[in-house]
Design a protein around this ligand. Sequence first.
Ligand SMILES: Cc1cc2nc3c(=O)[nH]c(=O)nc-3n(C[C@H](O)[C@H](O)[C@H](O)COP(=O)(O)OP(=O)(O)OC[C@H]3O[C@@H](n4cnc5c(N)ncnc54)[C@H](O)[C@@H]3O)c2cc1C
Length: 55
Amino acid sequence: MHPVRAVPEPRRPHGRIHLAGGDSAPMGIGGAEGAVETGANAARNVAAASAAGRH
Ligand SMILES: Cc1cc2nc3c(=O)[nH]c(=O)nc-3n(C[C@H](O)[C@H](O)[C@H](O)COP(=O)(O)OP(=O)(O)OC[C@H]3O[C@@H](n4cnc5c(N)ncnc54)[C@H](O)[C@@H]3O)c2cc1C
């Protein structure tokens, strides 16, 4: 699959695994800003799942 079309897949959590990184950023793919943004999103999602008792 072309990498651009494959990108939404790693943005979704896979069970308890939350992926982040510059290569999966919706904006600025391959840049440090996207890496930070996806990292912050993943951290928020883990915290929310944890607070809801899902993790
Ligand atoms: C030469 C160069 C210049 C760049 N200049 C810019 C710039 O000016 N501005 C900009 O926005 N971006 C720039 N970038 C891109 C930027 O570096 C990346 O977008 C950013 O580092 C991505 O962050 P990341 O956390 O997704 O991945 P990474 O920074 O690659 O971090 C991944 C980490 O995971 C570790 N790792 C990998 N596999 C495993 C494993 N199996 N187990 C444990 N750890 C593992 C690696 O060692 C690494 O520390 C540049 C990149 C390069 C190569």
